[in-house]
Write a protein that binds this ligand. Structure first.
Ligand code: SF4
Ligand code: MSK
Length: 635
């Protein structure tokens, strides 16, 4: 493969090496399949293909008489808006269903049906209980846990008309009033998603603005689901604190049994961590030096944050981890597991184990994971991996020698602890004072995926370097955190290489007071995709501290490689919260000037947040920095 082609595909040196190997071994990857799909259909790319009823597909050409509307008479703006919000419905379903499973597990713990789980963070349980209105005085922990779980489950399907509890107990009064005025506060997660699918059925809503508002209601359900998922995951497994680990394919160990956890749901991955510790002796008896767990995508982020499990890679390069020839088992739960991994597993000895009844890949081995038998199920999978180790083919082992140090584990509480070392009375003031003093200009949050339409990992790294130079403090979640981890931006290496003088001074001051053994990173890893709720907690605390509204805050977000429906859903609630949000890939809404204008302009007038679509990372960095600096200047 030419250097030029490699550079078009990735900036991750480990991925680059594996891509050359893939080509020489004739293994097809997502990059090859992306190339084979070119040119992609323009109707689909601009959002003007409607498949909502089976009279279609209707493909709209606004300038061509007779083709300017669908068969039913739907205008292009209706079609683009409907297509867009149906992505949000998909994303909100995924995030909130994840949250529902976590809430059910808390209920099972409280009722004694999930013996392998327990309440790990009682303080957080108490804080959450008080916040959502559950009585704590004189009550047993499990009684409180049960009421918190029920309260969370009520947010999915309650029948009254009050806004969801996890939404309204985590945002400020100004946003509550805004959501009331615009009628986008969901009253129940499931209802808002079902209603959106109804609203966008043929012959229901043709008004693009009304459709988009329905989409924002579902997006706030997405926020509600992830907010309760984060809270309850912390209650069950502990709230993350700073942790030292490593990232990139070099974390795979040829002398150990390598097991990757891939997907999103920590109910499984956390149990795999516990089970692996117990089965270390069995691994040694099989001739290995032990068990090496690694993470891919967000379930990897979950166990990185709480247990320091190293990250092997992120979404875009998931197939490449298998090509190392040392991955004995890949355990999948839900979301972002590319079906293409199975073809690569077939070229090696890697066993692909599915665990969820709604996420199976033909040919994979299925071990149904149940909360009642969680430890037994996790052990069963690890024993399969131990058996698999004997089948490894030494001649196929190829581990690229790249890994970087990572300091992660920055939950909202961990950030407050860090700031509290300097100002215990008002931790958040440490951040806002630094902004007011001009030492740092503001904050940018990076989230979201990899997307084959970009150079793998490059947009996020480029934008972060540029913002670091301009003294902008940065946090991250999801696969962008994976990109930063692999490039050394989640360690002091990033600070030394890229931080501007103000940002460096700020991070060093935090570091000197932190009491931590490790140096602090350039970008602070706040967790998985559902942990974007932690970032929302951060901007809400900042705005309250400064006595301003969120839309006045020098805070922006960026999804440089947004890919999934979940990313669209997250971006939509982030703008409705008042945060300008950059997206580095053009979503399919260019087919309607009206819908594009609503997302980029009208949203600003109504919510203060809006989308900024820019595919050039250097230009994107300029735009993000300008928005942050302008807001900071106005303070
Ligand atoms: Fe065509 Fe209307 Fe059916 Fe869409 S809903 S496929 S525009 S007839
Ligand atoms: S895993 S949703 S590719 S961030 Fe959360 Fe990564 Fe995007 Fe999946």
């Amino acid at each position: 493969m030419s250097t030029q082609e490699i550079n078009r595909r990735t900036v991750d040196p480990a991925a680059a090496e594996m891509l050359e190997y893939a080509e020489s071994a004739k293994m097809s990857t997502a990059w090859d399949r992306y190339k084979a799909q070119q040119p992609q259909c323009k109707f689909g790319l601009t959002g003007v293909c409607c498949r909502i009823c089976i009279q279609g597909p209707c493909r709209i050409i606004p300038t061509k008489a007779g083709m300017d509307k669908g068969i039913c008479g739907a205008d292009v703006y209706t079609i683009v808006a409907r297509n867009l919000v149906r992505y949000i419905a998909g994303g909100a379903s995924a995030h909130s269903d994840h949250g529902r499973e976590i809430a059910y597990t808390l209920l099972a713990v409280a009722e004694g049906h999930a013996p392998d789980y327990k309440i790990t963070d009682k303080d957080k349980l108490m804080r959450v209980a008080k916040r959502v209105g559950v009585e704590t005085e004189g009550r047993e922990v499990l009684e409180i846990a049960k009421d918190v779980a029920i309260k969370a489950l009520e947010d999915f399907g309650k029948y009254d008309h009050d806004p969801c509890t996890w939404l309204y107990t985590t945002i400020d009064e100004e946003r509550k009033a805004k959501f009331k005025q615009t009628t986008i506060a969901p009253t129940a997660i499931d209802r808002s998603i079902a209603q959106l699918l109804h609203q966008t059925h043929i012959g229901v809503d043709a008004d693009p603005v009304n459709i988009i508002f329905g989409g924002l209601r579902a997006a706030l359900s997405d926020y509600t689901g992830m907010s309760l998922a984060t809270d309850i995951t912390d209650i069950l497994f502990g709230t993350p604190v700073p942790v030292l680990t490593e990232a990139n394919l070099g974390v795979l160990d040829p002398e150990k049994i390598n097991i990757a956890v891939h997907g999103h749901n920590p109910l499984l991955s956390q149990m795999v961590v516990y089970a692996a510790r117990e089965l270390e002796a069995e691994a040694k008896a099989a001739g290995a030096k032990g068990i090496n767990l690694v993470g891919i995508c967000c379930t990897g982020n979950e166990v990185l944050m709480r247990e320091g499990v190293p990250t092997a890679t992120n979404f875009g390069s998931q197939e490449l981890a298998i090509m190392t020839g040392v991955l004995d088992t890949m355990i999948m739960d839900v979301q972002c597991i590319a079906p293409g991994v199975k073809d690569i597993c077939d070229c090696f000895h890697t066993l692909l184990v599915s665990t969820s009844n709604i996420a199976k890949i033909p040919g994979s081995y299925h071990v149904e994971f149940k909360e009642a038998t969680a430890m037994e199920d996790a052990k069963k999978i690890i024993k399969l991996a131990i058996e698999q180790y004997a089948k490894r083919k030494p001649e196929l082992v190829k581990i690229p020698p790249y890994k970087k140090q990572v300091v992660g584990g920055f939950s909202f509480e961990a950030m407050m602890d860090l700031f509290g070392k300097i100002n215990p009375d008002s931790p958040i003031s440490v951040l806002t004072d630094a902004i007011m003093a001009g030492e740092i200009k503001g904050v940018c949050a990076f989230a979201g995926c990899n997307n084959q339409k970009t150079v793998h990992d490059d947009p996020g790294l480029t934008i972060a370097r540029e913002l670091a130079k301009r003294d902008i403090f940065m946090v991250s979640t999801g696969c962008m955190a994976g990109a930063f981890a692999k490039a050394g931006y989640l360690s002091s290496e990033g600070v030394e290489a890229y931080a501007g003088p103000g940002l460096k001074k700020f991070i060093k001051r935090l570091e000197e007071n932190s009491g931590l053994k490790a140096s602090l990173p350039l970008v602070f890893h706040m967790g998985s995709c559902v942990d974007n709720s932690r970032i929302a907690n951060l901007w809400t605390a900042m705005a309250q501290n400064l006595g301003i509204t969120v839309p006045q805050l020098p805070f922006a977000a960026s999804a440089p490689e947004a890919m999934s429906e979940k990313a669209i859903s997250i971006g939509s609630w982030v703008i409705s919260m008042g945060i300008p949000t950059h997206v580095g890939v053009l979503p399919p809404l260019e087919g309607s000037e009206l819908v594009y204008g609503v997302a980029t302009q009208i949203a600003k007038d109504v919510f203060g947040g809006y989308f900024m679509f820019e595919t050039d990372p250097m230009k994107a960095a300029e735009i993000i920095a300008e928005k942050i600096e302008k807001r900071a200047w106005k303070l």
